[in-house]
Design a protein around this ligand. Structure first.
Ligand code: SF4
Length: 164
């Protein structure tokens, strides 16, 4: 499977999850967390233009004249979300669309969301290329990475599989 934004994100969250997703070992995830995420995206998209933009193998939450926007429910997997957005910026750049990235975390503060602005610098581009190669090597491996269960594992669609 070609590296995409979801794989980039999960690589930073859990290598085992990345491996399972990347090798198409999909399990139905109808958990409450997934339903909430879907509903948030649906409500945000209502009444907005330029939402859910699909280009090649990426799906952007929004594209404005200045920003590619990625919306997350919380900042629990912030590092993965940053690299996911950097990956999107790189795909856009390859199409001649140069933007900064805007990450919006909806459930960070009681009084509102937290926003981060991200730029695809040369240094980040180099690091991104390296991460893409690391993910490709991971997916080609014959060994499933070990389960490194953490508190947030109950949000993962592989939770039951990993709990066996
Ligand atoms: S349940 Fe936890 S250890 Fe297993 S794949 Fe998901 S995040 Fe990784």
């Amino acid at each position: 499977m070609q590296v995409n934004g979801t794989l980039m994100n999960s690589y930073f969250y859990c290598k085992r999850q990345c491996y399972l997703l990347g090798n198409r070992l999909n399990l139905q995830d109808d958990s409450e967390h997934v339903k909430i995420g879907r509903e948030i995206h649906k409500q945000l998209a209502e009444g907005k233009k330029n939402t859910e933009i699909v280009i090649d193998n990426i799906r952007l939450d929004e594209l404005t004249k200045d920003y590619a926007v990625e919306i997350k429910k919380s900042d629990a997997g912030a590092e993965g979300a940053r690299w996911q957005l950097l990956f999107y910026l790189s795909i856009l750049k390859s199409k001649g669309i140069v933007r900064k990235g805007k990450l919006e975390f909806l459930e960070v503060h009681e009084n509102g969301k937290k926003t981060e602005i991200i730029e695809l610098t040369r240094k980040k581009e180099k690091e991104l290329k390296q991460h893409i190669e690391e993910i490709e090597a991971l997916l080609e491996s014959n060994e499933v990475p070990e389960c490194t269960c953490k508190n947030s594992c109950d949000r993962c669609s592989y939770y039951e599989y990993c709990s066996i």
